[in-house]
Ligand binder design. Structure first.
Ligand SMILES: *Cc1c(COP(=O)(O)O)cnc(C)c1O
Length: 390
């Protein structure tokens, strides 16, 4: 008999009842060191007092009003994002998938508005993940996600990851947009070289194609900059954000330049919950903390510490690990063993990690993890790896 919850997930037999910072406490009392952070979501850890205060303060005032009215919390969060990024305007969603969906619609509307509705092809990349809506799975095109859900939404073409020659070949003055993650998350913590991102920007400028960056996983301080594309010194026309921006409260956003958003006039898009006062009150607090220069400097310092220890871990277990990769606190261990086995061995050592494609184990701790917790994490990973040695 089918479970009452639709069985689309392979869940571990663990349930958590409480969290404190980088720790998630299970119903049996076990304290797990959380290097998954709900898949790069809990950027300030569990039960962060500032976020709890922002949420409960708003909860005592008003929860939901709809976008029929002004929402000051939404305007404040939009101000914070616009002040700190390339963007001129922001639309709030509840998830990354919804942000991807709007990004696709915005691209199509842009070209329709420009009198070229036939210019709808969006170039995407193998190993990409943009979410699970019909549009987002068509964009990523991975067999695992699209199987059985056809016919797929047309208008996407996947290119090999990091293959600049293929992009050069494919892009033309008929291309609507290029959509890419600066660091692939689900695809296995694969950073795009800064030079490649700069070249993609240049190709978009030459052809007029829009550059759409998916920073749902790599954004919000994860890589040590507020947004990962800042490293390359170029900016997109449209950007998707979610995961970390709500610190655990469901929230996403599409950021855009005024020019890219030209077609998105009243009535062209909407969401009942998107940008509701609870989500935006929390999001604004997350932004206030994470966008701070001192906070980001700490992320980079801790990332360097963590990375150095992980290099030692890889050297100590050459049969289990191959290399360390990633940027900031978006780290991956390329494995020789099966990442799923490492995740399981991690459960036995009370540490939470997340598998990814390309035989990679993801380490996505809260951005405010402590030095002692990083040391403890590496010890637990060492014991987990020892379970698989030989
Ligand atoms: C998680 C993710 C999404 C989808 O976000 P949801 O909130 O799960 O809908 C889209 N793009 C990237 C890069 C992601 O990591």
């Amino acid at each position: 008999m089918i479970s009452h919850v639709l069985p689309t997930y392979n869940r571990a037999a663990i349930a958590f009842e409480r969290g404190e910072g980088a720790w998630a406490i299970a119903t049996d009392g076990t304290r797990y060191l959380d290097l998954g952070a709900g898949i790069a979501v809990n950027v300030l850890g569990h039960a962060n007092p500032d976020l709890v205060a922002a949420l409960t303060d708003q909860a005592g005032r008003i929860w939901h009003v709809s976008n029929l009215y002004q929402i000051p919390q939404q305007e404040r969060l939009a101000d914070l994002l616009v002040d700190r990024t390339f963007a001129d305007t922001v639309f709030f969603t509840n998830s990354g998938t919804e942000a991807a969906e709007l990004a696709i619609k915005m691209v199509r509307k842009y070209w329709d508005h420009a009198g070229q509705p036939e210019r709808y092809e969006i170039l995407t990349f193998e190993g990409a993940f943009h979410g699970r809506s019909t549009g987002a799975i068509a964009a990523a095109g991975s067999e695992k996600m699209v199987g059985g859900f056809g016919p797929l939404m047309p208008g996407f073409r996947q290119l090999p990851w990091g293959d600049m020659a293929a992009l050069n070949e494919a892009i033309s003055d008929r291309t609507a947009a290029v959509m890419i993650e600066p660091v692939q998350g689900e695809g296995g913590i694969r950073p795009l070289a800064d030079a490649d991102l700069r070249q993609i920007r240049a190709l978009c400028d030459q052809t007029g194609a829009l550059l759409v960056l998916d920073e749902v996983q790599c954004g919000m301080g994860r890589t040590g900059r507020l947004f990962a594309h800042e490293y390359a010194g170029v900016s997109p026309d449209i950007m998707m954000v979610a995961k970390g921006i709500g610190g655990g409260f469901p929230l996403g956003a599409v950021l855009a330049t005024e020019a890219a958003a030209a077609g998105m006039v009243a009535g062209t898009h909407g969401s009942t919950y998107g940008g509701n006062p609870l989500a935006c009150a929390v999001g604004a607090k997350v932004m206030e903390i994470v966008a701070g220069e001192a906070f980001l400097a700490e992320v980079n310092r801790k990332a360097a510490l963590f990375r150095q220890k992980l290099e030692g871990l890889v050297a100590a277990h050459p049969q289990v690990f191959e290399s360390v990769r990633g940027q900031g606190l978006m780290l991956g261990l390329k494995c020789r063993a099966a990442p799923a086995d490492l995740v399981k061995a991690g459960y036995a050592e009370a540490i939470l990690t997340v598998p990814a494609a390309d035989n990679t184990l993801r380490l996505l701790p809260p951005l405010n993890i402590g030095d002692a917790e990083i040391a403890e994490a590496v010890e637990r990973l060492d014991r987990a790896a020892a379970r698989l040695d030989g």
